[in-house]
Design a protein around this ligand. Structure first.
Ligand code: PLP
Length: 424
């Protein structure tokens, strides 16, 4: 944690709410993850977790490569200094423009998610005369255990069913403008049980051998997905990296002995970004309703949908802390709510905190991943909050808060004078 008055000074300079990221925690998370993965496994940062260009630039400077899923994420990675050969692009509904941009930029691989997309990319590569490398995303026959959000092993828009690939015959000759170089599988997110990650990796490596043998694709690269989580809620703990190291070593080494030239890719968004970020909100009003205590703040669902529990089966509190002043013991049972006109805009329920007052700053911890980027930031036209990255003790504003003008200038005001006259 940073010193209490640091948050207050930033609130005075930039207003609230804001997200603050600690560069040291980002760098440490990457270092720890790399230490737990086999040396041959390359870490690709999933920009969807936090697409801020300075966040990625920092992770890149410590050796992360980029996994992107949109034109803007691709451009972000390139502008942040990533080499095209260190970028992969995935997603089930890529546009022609996105495919052309991948081919044009010369990224390492497009992760193709359906047979029609393979045709489209083949046409795109043929038109430009550039042979594009492809990893085929496979939807495995069975789901992965241990994941909070299952992305495979079921009828899904992601990837090509393993059975379809096994029946597809020799693929390279069918797509002469593509280099079919290996496979990708991503089975789920927020996995805390490292045994599940190890098991997934073993299953993906086996599947890669099986599919590449059946289709005559090269086994130049296997992306084993990732999905490693961090603890948010009571009773959870961060993944045990020692156990991960031992487990992965045991499954990866035999594979690499059989395929010493194969690149192994590991994707990570949440694990790298979550713990580095704090969502800092300010209390506007304190009130009581039917015997319960409410602190109404300026932050909520529009910036941090995960913390308010949207998308979860039942609501649980992210770690919450009073910032910016020394606090007395936690004596009051609070509901921390936001400014939106919905009862769902509750950031934490029944959270024990000291007596609160307007102006107090509250930090929602472990909020560096899937914050505003995965939230309805335009709801009630609030827009994006400010983002600040702290590096070597210095705060750097890495994103301006949206202003009313930012939000209004893309709208077109037609006055419909005749209709107004009719109403008058
Ligand atoms: C294909 C793919 N890769 C990577 C990620 C990033 O996952 P995480 O943030 O859990 O590491 C996701 C998240 O949904 C994904 O769908």
């Amino acid at each position: 944690m940073l010193a209490p008055d640091f948050y207050r000074r930033l609130a005075n300079s930039y207003g609230t709410p804001y997200f603050i990221y600690d560069a040291r925690v980002l760098a440490d998370s990457l270092r720890e993850l790399r230490g737990a993965l086999p040396a041959e496994m390359e870490v690709f940062y999933s920009l969807k977790a936090n697409p801020n260009i300075s966040i990625f630039a920092l992770l890149r400077s410590y050796g992360a490569r980029a996994e992107v899923s949109s034109l803007v994420e691709l451009e972000t990675a390139l502008r942040a200094g990533a080499k095209a050969r260190d970028i992969i692009f995935l997603g089930p509904g890529k546009s022609r423009q996105e495919l052309a941009a991948c081919v044009g930029a010369g990224i390492y691989a497009v992760v193709v998610e359906s047979l029609p997309e393979l045709d489209e990319l083949n046409r795109c590569a043929a038109a430009t005369g550039i042979r594009q490398r492809v990893l085929l995303r496979i939807n495995p026959a069975t789901a992965a255990p241990g994941s909070r959000l299952t992305m495979g092993g079921k009828p899904r828009q992601f990837g090509i069913d393993e059975s379809q690939l096994l029946a597809a015959g020799q693929l390279p000759c069918q797509y002469p403008s593509l280099h079919l170089a290996g496979v990708h599988a991503y089975l789920g997110t927020r996995i805390l049980d490292v045994a599940a990650v190890v098991d997934n990796t073993a299953r993906v490596l086996e599947m890669a051998e099986r599919v590449c043998a059946a289709t005559a694709m090269d086994l130049e690269a296997v992306d084993v997905g990732g999905g490693l989580g961090v603890a948010y809620f009571d009773g959870e703990s961060d993944p045990d990296l020692d156990q991960l190291r031992t487990g992965l070593h045991a499954v990866v080494q035999p594979f690499l002995r059989r395929h010493p030239q194969t690149r192994l890719l590991f994707e990570s968004g949440r694990y790298l970004a979550a713990r580095a970020g704090t969502y800092v909100i300010a209390i506007r009003y304190v009130k009581e309703s039917m015997g319960q205590h409410f602190a109404v703040t300026d932050g909520g669902t529009h910036h941090h949908m995960a913390a308010v529990g949207v998308g979860s089966a039942f609501r649980r509190n992210f770690p919450v802390k009073l910032l910016g002043r020394a606090s007395d013991p936690s004596t009051v049972d609070w509901h921390l709510t936001g400014p939106l006109c919905t009862p769902g805009d509750t950031i934490a329920s029944h959270v024990p905190l000291p007596a609160l007052r307007p102006g107090d700053l509250i930090g929602i911890l472990r909020s560096g991943a899937y914050g505003p980027t995965a939230s309805p930031v335009y709801f009630l036209s609030h827009g994006y909050p400010a983002e600040i990255l702290v590096h070597d003790g210095q705060p750097y504003l890495v994103r301006d808060r949206d202003t009313p003008d930012d939000l209004l200038r893309k709208q077109h005001h037609h006055s419909f004078a005749r209709m107004a006259q009719l109403v008058d």
